[in-house]
Design a protein around this ligand. Structure first.
Ligand code: C2O
Length: 478
């Protein structure tokens, strides 16, 4: 059984990263047609030859092999978590075999990067990936936009999400993504996928900023080990957090290559317990297997307090939502902030109405209506910066952060704007749960039940080669 360790807690003198770097350089020497080569492994996630980050050389695998094994990454789908778990397991096996062939230890395991920790420098990329900044360093990658992730892009509110599946339209948003067939885009990303997953990709930028090149950056694999770990952390929190049980999720077959190169098949059912994935692994400090609910709930509270998040759980996955307002024309984003507004149906202030009767129960404010803000049919070019969304900042009350609704990463926007074998080209879809925000805004003096003002602000200037258009903004409510 391997243990995947926290990269920032590797003991002094530990050689995990040194061997990883050697293996990366070795895998880069292999021909692109070799499934165990660095370029082939990355292309299984995504492949885009015009990218400056693509280093593979001719000959490439046959068109049939490319169609079968490349561009397989599952995003905006309930397969997001299991597919990446399978992908990592075979990658770890291939790196491990490479290390053994180079004379290294037999128990190498992929470390994880927990950027959400509150320890100093947790949000900085581990130094071995940054320096020396030269191609002789197997962990370094040219063209990254940043080596540090802003705090708001690594928060763990996703762990509060109870249902695994859900799309925020007919059902609440899900932790793991909406039910879908084999997919790259079009449906809203799951809560963990949106934040921190997508944000970390775009904040680092360069190859990491685009799913078609992300696997080429050695940090990709430590990022995904952490996302994979958070799946187990979420399960361990218990309280109705469970994986899907539908056969369509459990039995869907994905193909990979093992260390000996022949194709292998895996399903979600094969990766439910990390201890039985290939030779098995666990994460440092995270119990694997069936959660101990009482203890896990306490752990959940600690995790959330550490991140400054209030435990705010929604157990009822059967809640249904309906569209209550939508924009009627697209919004083209620019380096200035983009203002849009929604005309609300002017529903009464339900919180106040609960005080109408003088019974004890009526004095307890009811649960606020679930409200989800959707950004649909997002198309664009390049790797646009993360945009932050605020609601009703026109009130200018000097407390802008109290109006922050969440952020849009646009991770993979260019790929999902172009029709190909895997997707329609209808663009991306992001959804933000604004239930708590709407509830707090309602108590402000200027609350206007007829109108919601939305401000979409770039976290840094957009460069000339990038563009984003949001087809429609809509509000869904209970
Ligand atoms: Cu398939 Cu982090 O992306």
């Amino acid at each position: 059984m391997k243990e995947r360790k926290n990269v920032y807690q590797l003991p002094a003198g530990d050689k995990t990263l040194e061997w990883y770097a050697k293996a990366v350089l070795e895998m880069k020497k292999r021909p692109t047609t070799d499934p165990t080569s660095w370029n082939y492994q990355a292309a299984m996630h995504g492949f885009y030859a015009p990218s400056p980050f693509w280093q593979g050389s001719a000959p490439l695998p046959s068109a049939a092999d490319q169609a079968r094994f490349w561009n397989q990454c599952q995003h905006g789908s309930w397969y997001f978590l299991p597919w990446h778990r399978m992908y990592l397991a075979y990658f770890e096996q291939i790196v491990g075999a490479t290390i053994v062939a180079l004379g290294g230890p037999a128990d190498w395991a992929l470390p994880y990067w927990n950027y959400s920790e509150t320890t100093p420098h947790a949000r900085d990329m581990p130094p071995a990936f940054v320096s020396p900044a030269a191609p002789t360093n197997g962990l370094w990658m040219a063209g990254r936009a940043s080596n540090s992730i802003p705090a708001r892009y690594v928060t763990l509110g996703a762990l509060n999400t109870i249902p695994y599946t859900g799309d925020g339209r007919t059902s609440p948003l899900g932790f793991g993504g909406p039910e879908s067939v084999f997919s790259h885009g079009g449906s809203p990303h799951g809560q963990l996928e949106s934040l921190p997953h997508d944000m970390v990709h775009v904040a680092i930028g360069g190859a990491m900023g685009d799913p078609r090149t992300a696997g080429l950056d050695p940090i990709f694999w430590l990022h995904h080990a952490n996302i994979d770990r958070l799946w187990q952390v979420w399960l361990n929190m218990g309280a109705h957090r469970v994986n899907p049980v539908k056969k369509a999720w459990l039995d869907f077959k994905f193909e990979f290559h093992d260390k000996n190169r022949p194709p292998v098949v895996m399903t979600s059912k094969d990766v439910l317990d990390t201890r039985t994935v290939l030779t098995g692994y666990t994460y440092q400090g995270v119990p694997a297997g069936a959660p101990v609910v009482a203890h896990a709930m306490a752990a959940a509270k600690v995790a959330n307090v550490a991140e400054g998040i209030q435990l705010n759980e929604r157990v009822d996955a059967s809640t249904t939502l309906d569209v209550v307002a939508a924009t009627n024309k697209p919004n083209v984003l620019s380096s200035a902030k983009t203002l849009a507004h929604l005309d609300l149906p002017g529903a009464p202030r339900t919180r106040l109405m609960n005080f109408a009767a003088f019974t004890k129960e009526a004095l307890v404010p009811s649960k606020p209506a679930m409200s989800i803000l959707h950004f649909e049919h997002i198309t664009g070019k390049g790797v646009p910066p993360i945009h932050d969304v605020y609601i009703n900042t026109v009130e200018n009350d000097g407390n802008k952060e109290a109006h922050y609704a969440g952020s849009l990463s646009f991770f993979g926007v260019e790929e999902s704007s172009v029709a190909n074998v895997h997707q329609s080209g209808s663009g991306q879809h992001y959804a933000l749960d604004v239930t708590a925000l709407m509830d707090s805004l309602k108590s402000l003096p200027n609350w206007n039940a007829q109108r919601l003002d939305i401000s979409i602000e770039p976290s840094k200037p957009m460069d000339a080669n990038t563009s984003v258009t949001i087809g429609r903004i809509s509000l869904y409510s209970e």
